[in-house]
Design a protein around this ligand. Structure first.
Ligand SMILES: *Cc1c(COP(=O)(O)O)cnc(C)c1O
Length: 432
């Protein structure tokens, strides 16, 4: 068979350029990371050919004996990582994992109480442009203007006022940990399901550097490609399986089901067809990596780096939402610097620094402009950056933000970025 390079030079050329981009840019997008060669090899494997609808031991296709072993290994490792009774590793992405949760626990028109999208929440938690806001009735809680943090008394008041069927936790731009006990007591008080979406922080939770939501939430979803550093994908977990006290029943028999049954059917056949077995193999590999001792060191460094960068920005007069960070990201409010998120993102891009513009709580700009940028440490920490490098990163970002329209600044910063990247090599291949 022909190699990709021989078969399709047009695509191969772009992959080579993308490899070069990843190697020589400062990747500061908080939701991105660099998967290992082993993870990519599994993702690029022959399992892409296999149909395996169903679950290990209960498939709708023949020839699944090796696929079964792979999925069982992935499930066992995930359970061990998060101390879970049950896990489903088949969701194709974070959004489809969330879709399965809605299908399992909500009926059209039911109320969801979620983290305000303009305060850092996620589209799949009730945005009017997402199915979650179209089929269900979204209500929101948010952070306090003075502290940038959640006020649990206010969330309780809101829950009592709107009487939600489900309460969701989880955001893509919140730099603090959560009080899961408080959330659970609120959910119990109003008789709601409690769902935690740990898409951003799963890696930090896996090693015990942030609190584990599994003992408190009825169901937990995650992506596998952010801090967890696996292939692009999703997963659903349950801390304690057993008959659910909120009485989810089987549609036909009316029998009360346990969490795992309800959620397994919500993934397949509820919202997906055949699982991506090559990606499940890659998930297994990444969970294996996450169970190693050095993954804990990596996550601890991710947090140290985010803190060091945050402190450097504060020293240079920047406003960090909530004043700092407990996790892998910071949200900078640029209003006192006289630039918008859009201008900052574009100018930094010209200087080989990749960030995303982001709404800040109580933003006065539109989502297309925004007043902030979000910066994360996971990807560059994977490359080996420590606190000294992240302080330097903050200074480079500052240089560009001080002169967003100055081409000579873009060029000189891009040169410094290239020099930094050369000291921390990444990929020496475009495909595996
Ligand atoms: C990233 C993210 C998702 C979506 O994940 P995809 O894999 O992009 O679908 C869902 N929820 C939260 C909180 C996220 O940060």
């Amino acid at each position: 068979m022909k190699s990709l390079k021989q078969q399709d030079p047009a695509i191969f050329e772009q992959l080579e350029k993308e490899t070069n981009r990843q190697n020589f840019n400062l990747e500061l997008i908080a939701s991105e990371n660099f998967a290992s060669k082993a993870v990519m090899q599994a993702a690029g494997s022959v399992l892409t050919n296999k149909y395996a609808e169903g679950y290990p031991g209960k498939r709708y296709y023949g020839g699944c004996e090796y696929a079964d072993v792979v999925e069982d290994i992935a499930r066992d490792r995930a359970k061990k990582l998060f101390n879970a009774d049950w896990v489903n590793v088949q969701p194709h992405s974070g959004a489809t994992a969330n879709a399965a949760v809605y299908l399992a626990f909500m009926k059209p028109g039911d109320t969801l109480l979620g983290f305000d999208l303009s305060h850092g929440g996620h589209l799949t938690h009730g945005s009017h442009v997402n199915f979650s806001g179209i089929y269900f009735k979204p209500e929101f809680y948010g952070v306090e203007k003075e502290t940038g943090r959640l006020d649990y008394n206010k969330i309780r008041e809101k829950a009592k006022a709107v009487n939600p069927k489900m309460i969701s936790i989880g955001a893509s731009a919140y730099s603090r940990d959560y009080d899961y006990e408080a959330f659970r007591s609120i959910a119990d008080e109003v008789g709601a399901f409690l769902w935690m979406d740990m898409a951003h922080t799963a890696g930090l939770i896996a090693v015990g550097n942030l609190k584990n939501p599994l003992p408190h939430a009825h169901v937990v979803t995650t992506t596998t490609h952010k801090t967890l550093r696996g292939p692009r994908g999703g997963m659903i977990l349950v801390g304690k399986d057993g008959e659910n006290e909120l009485g989810v029943v089987a549609p036909k028999s009316g029998r009360v089901k346990n969490w795992s049954e309800v959620l397994d059917s919500a993934v397949f056949p509820g919202t997906q067809g055949g699982p991506l077995m090559h990606i499940i193999a890659a998930k297994a590999v990444s969970y294996g990596e996450a169970l190693q001792e050095d993954f804990k060191e990596y996550q601890t460094q991710v947090q140290k780096n985010a803190k060091a960068m945050s402190a450097q920005f504060v020293e240079m007069g920047y406003e960090i939402v909530s004043g700092g960070t407990d996790n892998h990201l910071i949200l900078i409010d640029l209003r006192n610097k006289g630039v918008t998120g859009k201008i900052a993102e574009e100018a930094l891009g010209k200087a080989a620094i990749t960030v995303n513009k982001n709404m800040v709580p109580f933003d006065t700009e539109s989502p297309f402009v925004t007043s902030g940028i979000r910066i994360g440490s996971p990807a560059m920490t994977t490359r080996g950056f420590g606190e000294a490098e992240f302080k330097q990163v903050a200074k480079l970002v500052d240089k560009v933000i001080q002169s967003p329209n100055d081409e000579s600044v873009h060029n000189s910063v891009a040169k410094e970025v290239e020099a930094l990247c050369e000291n921390f090599p990444l990929y020496d291949f475009a495909t595996v």
